[in-house]
Ligand binder design. Structure first.
Ligand code: IPM
Ligand code: MG
Length: 370
């Protein structure tokens, strides 16, 4: 197959982890005889520095002319005092909106070999296998007005949590569809005891649940969900929630896996052009030091192979390689504990590649005998 991938490394460690994902994709391309064409675009702080726009037109065009988009991370202290429209994050938010990426899928799966790295007791985290379905183009992030106001000489600020029924319907459906192939359970997280938007959310979830009689639906208030994620994380299968709630809960859930550096994500549009990015940010403190964990980015690339290109075997090859490297006790500093080998970003990528090559060699021997 021939596929064109838009590569938006962005800021901070975004560049390093993106280089890693590219190496792995090149290896997969060779092994499975695919041609991947990588086309680079600027976004976030880097785009601001060059074009004074966090999402230049050409970047958007490049994305729309590709088969899938990979994104590293955006943001950093350099641009922190910029005006709202000139912030790196604005580039990412505009991209999500322009590409209509309404559903952000964030799988949280504990790796057995990392169970000791989580600050939680092993028995709590070992069976964790959930997906957070975060609504991505509405809610508190996009509602209008969102501004500073100066009425009557007094300063105030407002953000708006707005949802159309249609938007809620669409994301809840996505969650139910995901639950089908999993443990058949949807936890809809809201704040229905306070927010009107949450009461509509809850009603909508109830309506849709009728169409999926085999899937269990439960409602949970977001404050309780934050607690349950720590108290009993293995109880969750698919969590579906508002944009900002999902942002917060997914960072929290990442701790269960041992590191935010492990979490991939897929942002899906109804039109079929999707974007894949790690859940972690640009980590300016370690940027450029070859210390970042590239696995969340590599696992995001695996999600792309499966979801956008239908390359199931290729995706599994990458995921298995990652698992084998972790099982071998070789880890980046975010995961490392005493007695384990600490790898740099580049070394981690090399390890994953080495395992991929090994698997490839075994497969060709098996084929030769078949
Ligand atoms: C995320 C990030 C972004 C978000 C930031 C960088 C705008 O935290 O993808 O979770 O809040 O959505
Ligand atoms: Mg976040």
């Amino acid at each position: 197959m021939k596929k064109t991938i838009a590569m938006l490394p962005g800021d901070g460690i975004g560049k390093e982890v993106m280089d890693g994902a590219k190496e792995i994709l090149k290896a997969i391309g060779e092994q499975f005889h695919h041609t991947f064409t990588f086309q680079y675009g600027k976004i976030g702080g880097e785009a601001l520095d060059h074009q004074n726009d966090p999402l230049p037109e050409e970047t958007l065009a490049l994305c729309k002319n590709s088969d899938a988009v990979l994104l590293g991370a955006v943001g950093g202290p350099k641009w922190e005092s910029n005006s709202p429209e000139k912030r790196p994050e604005k580039g990412l938010l505009r991209l999500r909106k322009d590409m209509k990426l309404h559903a952000n899928i964030r799988p949280v799966k504990a790796y057995e070999s990392l169970a000791d790295h989580s600050p939680f007791k092993k028995e709590y985290v070992e069976n964790v296998d959930m997906v957070i379905v975060r609504e991505l183009t509405g809610g508190l992030y996009f509602g209008k007005p969102s501004e500073r106001q100066h009425a009557g000489g007094k300063e105030s600020a407002v953000d708006t949590l707005f949802y159309s029924k249609e938007e809620v319907d669409r994301i809840i459906r996505t969650a139910f569809e995901m639950a089908k192939g999993r443990k058949m359970k949807v936890t809809s997280v809201d704040k229905a005891n306070v927010l009107e938007s949450s009461r509509m959310w809850r009603e909508t979830a109830e309506e849709i649940a009728k169409e999926y009689p085999d899937i269990e639906l439960e409602h949970m208030l977001v404050d309780n969900a934050a607690m349950q994620l720590i108290k009993n994380p293995a109880r969750f299968d698919v969590i579906v929630t508002e944009n900002m709630f999902g942002d917060i809960l997914s960072d929290e859930a990442s701790v269960l896996t041992g590191s935010l550096g492990m979490l991939p994500s897929a942002s899906l549009s109804e039109e079929g052009l999707h974007l894949y990015e790690p859940v972690h940010g640009s980590a300016p403190d370690i940027a450029g030091k070859n210390l970042a964990n590239p696995l969340a980015m590599i696992l995001s690339a695996a999600m792309m192979l499966r979801q956008s290109f239908g390359m199931e075997a290729e995706a599994e090859a990458v995921e298995n390689a990652v698992k084998r490297v972790l099982d071998g006790g070789k880890l980046t500093p975010d995961l490392a504990v005493k007695g384990k080998t600490i790898l740099s970003t580049v070394e981690m990528v090399e390890e994953v590649k080495a395992v991929l090559a090994e698997e490839d060699a075994i497969l060709s021997i098996m084929e030769a005998y078949a």
